[in-house]
Design a protein around this ligand. Sequence first.
Ligand SMILES: Nc1ncnc2c1ncn2[C@@H]1O[C@H](COP(=O)(O)OP(=O)(O)OP(=O)(O)O)[C@@H](O)[C@H]1O
Ligand SMILES: [Mg+2]
Length: 464
Amino acid sequence: MRPGELWRHSSFRLALGVTFFILATLAVVGAAGFGAMTTQLAARQDARVREIFNVFQQTQANGGQSDLIEAIGIRIKATPSRSAVYLLRDRAGKVLAGNIADIALPQGWITVPAARLGVPTDYPFRVFTGQVGPYSLTIGLTNADLDDLREIVQSAFGWAALFVLLATLVVGSLLAVRVQRRLARAEAAVARVALGDLTARLPVSGHGDDLDRMSQAINASLARLEGLVEAMRQVSADIAHDLRTPLNRLRIHIEEAARKSEAGSDSSEDLAAALAQSEAIDGTFSALLRIAQIEAGARRQKFAPVDLAALMTNAAEVYADVAEDAGHSLRCEAMTPAWVLGDKELLTQSVVNLIENAIRHCPPGATILCGVRSEGAMITAFVADTGPGIPEAERDKVLRRLYRLEKSRTTEGSGLGLALVKAVADLHDACLRLSDAGPGLRVSLTFQRTGGAIPPAARSGQAL
Ligand SMILES: Nc1ncnc2c1ncn2[C@@H]1O[C@H](COP(=O)(O)OP(=O)(O)OP(=O)(O)O)[C@@H](O)[C@H]1O
Ligand SMILES: [Mg+2]
C-alpha cells in the first residue's frame, strides 16, 4: 500500500485522530501542570531572596555598614559562579559592594537578563531591590533551575510526541493494511455476486468483530437470496417444461381442426378440444399466479379467527356426494371447535384440495377420513385415505409446482393442488406433513392455537 493511500483508510485516520487528541490533551494538561509548578518554584525563589534580604537588614541593624559589607563579601565569595548577585550602594548611589555591573535598578521585583547585569550566563535573574537602613541593596537569584526544568519538560514532551506519532504511523499503517486485506477480500466477493455468482461469500475472520458481524449478516442475506433465486430458477424450469405438453396438445388440436376444415370435413370436435385445452392452460396460469400471490404474504393482513372444525365439516359435506359418485366413502370424525388465526378462503381451498386429491388419486372403494384434533397449543387438520399413498422419496417433490407422480399422468390435474396447500401452510406458519396412513396417505396441517383471537361468542361453543 502506498503512503498516499494510507490517508484514505478510515482505520489509519482514526488512529491518527486519536493520537492527535491524546497529544493535545497531554499538551493542555502538561502546560497547566507545568505552569502551576513554575509559579510555585518562582514563589519559593522569591521567598529565599527575601530571607537573604532580611538577614542583611539584621546584620546592618546590629553591626552597621562594615558588617553589612563584610557579610555581602562573604556571600559573594561563596558563590563564585555568580548564581546569586548582590549590589550595595550608599545614599549617594556609590557602589559599596557587589558582583554585578553598576546599573540602575528600580525598587522592588524585576526579572533582568544576565547580560545586563554583566554576568556571563544565559539565564535571566530574578532581582529584588530595597532599602537596608540608609543603603540600597539589590539581591538576585538566577532562574536557571526554572529554565532547565522548562527545557527538560519541553524536550520530554517533544520526544514523547514524536515517539507516539511514529508508533501511530506504524500501528495505523499495520491496521489499515490488515483491514484493507479483509475489505479487499469482501470487495472481491461482492464483485463476484455482482457478476451473478450467488455462491460467493464474504470472509469471516472468526474474531467476532464488527466486520465479522457485517459479513455474517450479508452472507445470511446472500444465502437466502441464493435459495430464492434457485427456487425461482427451478420453478421457471418446471413451468417451462410442464407447460410444453398442454401447449403441444393445443397445437395438435388446432392443426387437426385446420387440416379438417381444409379438407372440408367437420372440425368442431377438434376446436372444442382446443378450447378445453386452452381453458386448462388458463387455469394452470391462474393457479400459478394465485400461489405466487399467496407466497408474497399480502393476504396475512386479512387474517381473522377461523374455526377449522366447522370449515372441515362444511368441506366434507360438500364433497360427500362427489366422493360417493367416485365409489369412495368420505366421513369426518367428531370434532370440537378449533380456532386458528387465518384466511378462511385459503384454508377452505387447501382442505378442498386435499379431499379432491384423495377422491381423485385413490382407486374406487377407498375410505377417506378427515378431522381436526387439538393437542395442547397445537391444532391439526388432516385428510387421510386408504389409497396408494405417495412414496417417501416423492413427498417433498409433490409439494413443488406442477409435479405429479408418473401414475397420475393419466388422471386429470395440473400438479398445483399441493403446491397451493404448501404456500397456504407457509403463510399461516403451519406445518404441512405427508405421512403413511396404514395403506394410503395422510396429509396434516398443524397450526398454533390462537386463544386470544377467539371471538367471545365462539368461546361458548358457537360456530361463526
Ligand atoms: N391422496 C393422494 N394419494 C395418492 N397420490 C396423491 C394424493 N394426493 C396427491 N397425490 C400425488 O401428488 C401429486 C400432486 O398433487 P397435486 O394436488 O399437487 O396435483 P394434482 O392433484 O395432480 O393436480 P391439481 O391438484 O393441480 O388438480 C398428484 O399428481 C398425485 O400423483
Ligand atoms: Mg390435486
